[in-house]
Each structure stands twice: as structure tokens, then as C-alpha cells.
Design a protein around this ligand. Structure first.
Ligand code: CIZ
Ligand code: SF4
Length: 366
């Protein structure tokens, strides 16, 4: 008879060095059966074990191209869901700590989006004819399924402009969730007036808007944000530029509009890394995105004479992603060695089928 699942208690008190040893040993036993993915925001003591690194979509696509039975996703919950939905049927996605959620993704849920849709129906008639729902990839699978069902689509921080064009080609308005900042920046770059992009507060009736405002709006921006990127402020940029007038500023579009407007470059984590790596020797950069990424990048480009600095004066890490620590990783891997799958992320098929519709629309146009 097979042994029971190994409890996490036995790993909780492991010293970091012991946990690292056990990760290496378990990986050696599992070989190609397990592929380890790390998002750019992952902490250094876990990131060092990565087979593949990238943003959420790139990782999910790369994992599906491997034949590994186990996809160990060192990232947050929605990312492991995407990996599960885009991988081959025999592959199993695992999130080493189930508490690794995304606080932004949690700001929208199906009950609230359904209520929003009902209220829009009252004001506009059938929203399926008037509004394209667009969800950022940072959202639960059931919201991706909602978009699949209602003629909508998924976007990432890389392809948001293309996706917004697609959305407007379908219908006259866009409902963008859960990140108001990515939605606003994307609309702003397209020349949509700020007065035509209104915030939908899901905790208020009709989003806190009047019927007339809803009828006139072109983009409804769900009231959600990333707690990490909201720390970056325009005055951080202004002060830095006074000291470094030749410096270059690059930000993630989850930052607020003033930060994005005052940056020289705005883009996804992949874009930020690529841009700074391609920058000239001797350049100095101020970066508005998560600190683990910025620290790693600073180390990587220092030998080329580039200086990379972090935008906020305080430490801003993605606290949920931090939960994937060497202890949880060692625990998940040792269970696999014992033939036990812990923390599997498996999206129910009826939901995954609709979510894939929205994901595939995105992959087809971007
Ligand atoms: O899609 C991702 O991985 C996220 C959350 C951000 C980015 O820009 O890569
Ligand atoms: Fe979510 Fe923000 Fe963390 Fe990204 S950095 S995973 S948006 S909480």
C-alpha cells in the first residue's frame, strides 16, 4: 500500500539551506517528469531552481510545449489555472502554496461581474450587443469563462492595446476588469478621453454611475488595482529626474496613469527586461515594477555598466507570490517523489472550455 501524503508540518521548520538541499534531491529523482516554472516576481531563493522563467502567459505556453507530467508553478493562483487550461491533458499543474493568490485578481469575482452585467442590461438593453467584456489575465478562470460566454476576451499587459482594438471592433463599449490602471492606460494611449472612461465600483449599485454616465461611457473600468504597483507615484519620478536628468524611466502599466504618463517606456515584465537588457552601456534606469524582478535585473546588467534603480522608497514585493518559499517547494516535490500530488490546480472542464474560448480569441489576435 502506498504511503499517505507527507504533511507540510514537517517542512515548516526546515532551515532554508536544508530546504534547498531537499529541493535539489527531489528534482534529481523526478528528472524530466517535473518542470519548474518561475514568474519574474518570484523570490531569489526559489527562482534559482527555475527551468523556465517568464510572464504568466509565456510560462503557460512553454510548459505545454514540454512533455513533463508535473508543472510546478512558482507564481500565483491564476497563473497555475492558465497553465492547467493551456497544457496537455496528461499534465498536472501544481501551486506549491495555495495561499499564493493575487490580490488584484480577487478584486473581481463572478457574483459581482454577473451583477454588473444585470445592471448594464437594465440601462443598455442586452449588453451582449453593446459591450465587450475584457479580462486581464490576472483573474480567476470563471471570469475568463464569463468573457468566453459573452463574446469577450482575455488580455495581458503586453497585448492589451491590440485586444482593446479587437474589443471595439465587436461592440461600441468595453468593460475592462479587474485592473482599472491597465485599462485606463490602454484607452488613454488609444486617444480615448479620460471623461469617456469611467470607474465601475462593484460595491455600489450601478457601479456608482448614473444611467446617463453609463450610456455615454466608452470604457467602464472595474475598480481594482495591484497593491504593489499602486506604491509608485509621479513624485518619485520627478525627484529622480532632478538628480538624473539623463536617466530613463520604465514602468509596468499596472501603475497609475500619472506614473505611466511620466515614464519613458511602459510595458509588461517581459518588455521591461528586454528593454533594459537592450539599453546602451552606461544608461541609468528607474523601474516601476515588483522588487524581486528589479533587484535581479540590476545584478544582471551591472557588468554591462548599467544602473537599475527601484522606483519606490519602500519595499514593494508581491506578498502573495512570496508565499512560495523553499519549504513549500520542497514539500510539493517530495510528495511527487512519493507518488502523491499535493496542491493540484484543476479548473473544472465546463469552466475551462469557456475560458479557453476567451484565451484562444486572444492568442488568435495577438
Ligand atoms: O502576466 C504576467 O505575468 C503579469 C502579472 C505581469 C506581466 O507584465 O508580466
Ligand atoms: Fe497580483 Fe500585483 Fe502580485 Fe501581480 S504583483 S500577482 S497583480 S498582487
Amino acid at each position: 500500500m502506498k504511503s499517505a501524503t507527507i504533511a507540510f508540518d514537517r517542512f515548516n521548520t526546515l532551515q532554508d539551506e536544508q530546504a534547498q538541499e531537499r529541493i535539489r534531491a527531489a528534482r534529481a529523482e523526478l528528472g524530466d517528469r517535473a518542470v519548474l516554472l518561475c514568474h519574474h516576481y518570484q523570490r531569489a531563493d526559489v527562482y534559482q531552481h527555475a527551468d523556465l522563467t517568464g510572464d504568466s502567459l509565456k510560462l503557460a505556453r512553454l510548459a505545454s510545449q514540454t512533455d513533463s507530467e508535473f508543472i510546478i508553478f512558482c507564481g500565483v493562483h491564476f497563473m497555475a489555472e492558465v497553465a492547467d487550461m493551456l497544457s496537455q491533458p496528461h499534465q498536472i499543474a501544481i501551486l506549491p502554496d495555495l495561499a499564493a493568490g493575487c490580490s488584484m485578481a480577487d478584486m473581481a469575482n463572478l457574483a459581482k461581474v454577473n451583477r454588473c452585467w444585470r445592471e448594464l442590461t437594465e440601462v443598455l438593453g442586452n449588453p451582449d450587443e453593446r459591450i465587450t467584456p475584457v479580462t486581464y489575465i490576472n483573474s480567476a478562470a470563471d471570469l475568463k469563462a464569463f468573457c468566453g460566454e459573452h463574446g469577450g476576451i482575455v488580455c495581458t499587459s503586453t497585448n492589451a492595446p491590440t485586444i482593446m482594438d479587437w474589443a471595439f471592433a465587436q461592440r461600441e463599449k468595453v468593460l475592462f476588469f479587474p485592473d482599472q490602471h491597465l485599462g485606463r492606460w490602454t484607452g488613454f494611449k488609444k486617444g480615448i478621453a479620460l471623461e469617456e472612461m469611467l470607474v465601475w465600483d462593484p460595491d455600489l449599485e450601478y457601479g456608482g454611475l448614473t444611467p446617463d454616465q453609463i450610456r455615454k461611457a466608452r470604457v467602464l473600468l472595474w475598480k481594482g488595482h495591484c497593491s504593489v504597483h499602486q506604491m509608485f507615484q509621479e513624485n518619485h519620478i520627478r525627484r529622480w529626474r532632478m538628480q538624473h536628468p539623463d536617466g530613463l524611466v520604465i514602468s509596468h502599466p499596472e501603475s497609475n496613469l500619472d506614473v505611466c504618463r511620466n515614464s519613458d517606456y511602459v510595458g509588461s515584465t517581459e518588455y521591461i527586461i528586454k528593454t533594459i537588457k537592450a539599453g546602451a552601456s552606461g544608461t541609468r534606469w528607474l523601474v516601476g515594477t515588483e522588487l524581486n524582478l528589479v533587484n535581479r535585473l540590476a545584478e544582471e546588467v551591472r557588468p554591462e555598466g548599467k544602473i537599475v534603480e527601484f522606483m519606490a522608497p519602500t519595499v514593494c514585493m508581491c506578498s502573495t507570490m512570496q508565499r512560495i518559499d523553499p519549504q513549500h517547494l520542497a514539500w510539493a516535490l517530495e510528495n511527487l517523489v512519493e507518488g502523491k500530488v499535493v496542491n493540484r490546480i484543476s479548473v473544472p472542464e465546463h469552466e475551462a472550455a469557456l475560458a479557453r474560448v476567451a484565451l484562444e480569441r486572444m492568442l488568435a489576435v495577438s
